[in-house]
Design a protein around this ligand. Sequence first.
Ligand code: ZN
Ligand code: ZN
Length: 253
Amino acid sequence: MELRVLGCSGGEAEGYRLTGLLVNGVLAIDAGSLTQALSVREQAGIRQIFISHSHLDHICSLPFFTKNIYGHNDVPVEIRALPETLAALRRHLFNDELWPDFSVIPSPDNPIIRYSEIKPGKTYELVGLRITPIPVNHLVPCVGYLVEDDHSAFIFSSDTAETDQVYRVANKTKNLKLFITEASFPNEQAWLAEASKHLTPEKLGRELKKLKPNVQVGIYHLTPGDRPVMLPQIAAINDPRITMLDQDARFSW
Ligand SMILES: [Zn+2]
Ligand SMILES: [Zn+2]
């Protein structure tokens, strides 16, 4: 399995792209940076996009992506997400006001994108991978994802405050190579993390006690301007499994 980190930042600034992962060149998880990180040719190679939740930093490249692949792709790209997330995309984004409705363009029978509802806990076997959504604890309905092939697996928790299910899944996953989870605000902003259902480094440290395997943990979703304060706080968790997830990192298992 080839995993490429297109973006892993909780805010956008020069050098910091929003959340997106690409697996084997064909499966995207979240769409915060498809068009910033990938050539048009690479974008046209994507067949499936699983979205974790409706927040803008996880979907904002979708409109420009649809325009880029128009005429470069003969089968619709499947956009898979919870029903609530798809409803938000229809209502607020591809609504013929902010952007054309590419689920009926050029024709309803052969559109650029096709929406597909996912169910938490169900495993989707697609493009040679197994993808399982796992419910997490965020302001809007949100899922993390377990992605597996026959040799390796990784988990992406997406945005979440304190949660259990994703750790239960991690603890029983064979061949787990990487566990990606978040830290969004410095310890001093615990109130903000609580209000927006995110983690501080301190909260992250408590969460990681639930993770049993000795597996690499990749931290993502820091706010760019808070990195200088947060990096020492993350180091202070003192868990040797912790690494910072790097933009443009590539994993091959
Ligand atoms: Zn969010
Ligand atoms: Zn986010």
